[in-house]
Design a protein around this ligand. Structure first.
Ligand SMILES: *Cc1c(COP(=O)(O)O)cnc(C)c1O
Length: 367
C-alpha cells in the first residue's frame, strides 16, 4: 500500500507554468513580480492591509518581534501548546518566554492569560498566540485582553490560513500575523512564510530587516543589522498557483474531517478538536483525543500499515529547552499530549483512504 502522509504537498497544476514564467523573466532571485503577486493574493484573501513574503513562517515571527522592538529582558507570552517555530524567535531576540496553557478549545486559555498578566511582576510586551491545527483560538477575547493591557498581539496562523472567526480571517486580528507555506501546511511553496499587518510602516520596516537592513544609498550603508529572510521569486510562483486553490483545499480538509467524524464518532472514547463558537477552522489536520487507550498503540498500528500519524505537539513548558521558563498551566495541554494524535489529512485522500485509516484505528482500540 502507498504511504499515507499527514499532509503532503498538493499542487494545483498551475505551478509549473508560473515557474516557467519566472525562468523566462530570469528573476530567479528573492525579488520579482511573483513575490508581489503572492503578497497581493494573500492580502486580498485575508483582508489584511499589507503582506511580506518571507523564507519561512519562523522568519516572519522573528521579523514581527524585531519590528515591535522586543529585545533582551522583555517578556513575551506564548501558547505553550504549539510548535517550536512559534517561540524560538523569542530566544533569537534574547527575550523571555512565558507560556500559557490551553482550555477546552485546545487553544490558549484567555482566563489564564489574564491571570498571567495580573501575576507577573513585569508587564509583558507581546503575546504570540497559535491557532492550533487550523482551528481558531478565542481570538476576539484574546485580542481584547491584549488591547486593554497594551500588549502587542502576534498571531501565529501558520496552520490556519483560510480559517476565520466571525467575519475576519485568522492572522488579521493582531498587530501582526504570520502564515507558513512549509511542505506540510494547507498550502505549500516547499518552504516559505508571510508576515501580515494593517500597519504599513511595520511591514516596510520588516522588509528592510528581511533584506539585510540596507540604508538608502548606492553603496552598502548600515546603521542596523538585518537578515536574509525574503522569499524567492521561484517559490512565490508556486505560492500564487497555490493561493488560487485555497478555498478548494479548505473545503476538502472539511470533507476529510467529516468522514472521520461520521465513522469514528461511534467509538465512545474518541473526541475531536472542537471549534470555538463563531469560528470556522480550516481543519488542516484532523486530530483526536482518546479517553481510555494509549494513542501509541494506534500510532504503531497505523505505522505497520504504512500510514503516518503523530502525537499532538509536546507543550513548550514540558520541553527540556524551557526547563527554567515561567509557565501558567492547568494540565490541559499536558493531558492532550498524553492522549491525542494527528491523523492523515492530505487533500488528495479518497473516502476509501479515510475509511482504511478508521478501520485500523477501530481494530487497534479493540485490542
Ligand atoms: C509550521 C509552523 C511554524 C513555522 O513555520 P515554518 O514556515 O516551518 O518556519 C510556526 N508555528 C506553527 C504553529 C507551525 O505549525
Amino acid at each position: 500500500m502507498e504511504r499515507l502522509f499527514l499532509s503532503p504537498p498538493h499542487m494545483s497544476g498551475k505551478e509549473q507554468q508560473y515557474i516557467n514564467e519566472v525562468f523566462e523573466s530570469n528573476y530567479i532571485a528573492p525579488l520579482g513580480a511573483f513575490v508581489q503577486r503572492f503578497e497581493k493574493l494573500v492580502t486580498e484573501y485575508t483582508g489584511v492591509g499589507h503582506a511580506l513574503a518571507t523564507s519561512s513562517g519562523t522568519a516572519a515571527i522573528h521579523l514581527a518581534l524585531r519590528v515591535l522592538g522586543i529585545g533582551e529582558g522583555d517578556i513575551v507570552l506564548a501558547s505553550t501548546f504549539t510548535f517550536i517555530g512559534s517561540v524560538a524567535p523569542i530566544l533569537y531576540q534574547n527575550a523571555t518566554p512565558v507560556f500559557i496553557d490551553s482550555d477546552e478549545s485546545w487553544n490558549l486559555d484567555p482566563l489564564l492569560l489574564k491571570e498571567a498578566i495580573a501575576k507577573l511582576e513585569k508587564k509583558p510586551k507581546a503575546l504570540i498566540v497559535t491557532h492550533l491545527y487550523g482551528q481558531s483560538a478565542k481570538i476576539d477575547e484574546i485580542a481584547a485582553i491584549c488591547r486593554e493591557n497594551s500588549i502587542y498581539l502576534i498571531e501565529d496562523a501558520a496552520e490556519s490560513l483560510g480559517a476565520s472567526f466571525g467575519e475576519k480571517q485568522t492572522g488579521t486580528f493582531g498587530d501582526m500575523g504570520i502564515y507558513s507555506f512549509n511542505g506540510n501546511k494547507i498550502l505549500t511553496t516547499s518552504g516559505g512564510g508571510m508576515l501580515v499587518s494593517d500597519n504599513e510602516a511595520w511591514i516596510k520596516k520588516a522588509e528592510f530587516y528581511a533584506t539585510q537592513a540596507r540604508e538608502n544609498a548606492l553603496f552598502y550603508e548600515h546603521l542596523e543589522y538585518g537578515y536574509n529572510y525574503r522569499m524567492s521569486n521561484v517559490l512565490a510562483a508556486i505560492g500564487v498557483a497555490q493561493m488560487e486553490v485555497l478555498k478548494e483545499r479548505v473545503a476538502k480538509k472539511w470533507e476529510i474531517f467529516e468522514i472521520y467524524r461520521q465513522i469514528l464518532q461511534e467509538i465512545d472514547e474518541i473526541s475531536f478538536m472542537p471549534e470555538v463558537s463563531g469560528s470556522k477552522g480550516n481543519r488542516w489536520l484532523t486530530t483526536i483525543a482518546l479517553e481510555k487507550s494509549n494513542p501509541d498503540q494506534v500510532i504503531e498500528a497505523l505505522t505497520r500499515e504504512n500510514i503516518e500519524s503523530r502525537p499532538l505537539w509536546k507543550p513548550m513548558h514540558l520541553q527540556p529547552l524551557f526547563n527554567d521558563a515561567t509557565a501558567f498551566t492547568n494540565g490541559f495541554s499536558e493531558a492532550l499530549f498524553q492522549k491525542g494524535l494527528c491523523l492523515p489529512s492530505g487533500t488528495q485522500m479518497t473516502r476509501s483512504d479515510v475509511e482504511r485509516v478508521c478501520t485500523i484505528i477501530r481494530k487497534s482500540l479493540k485490542r
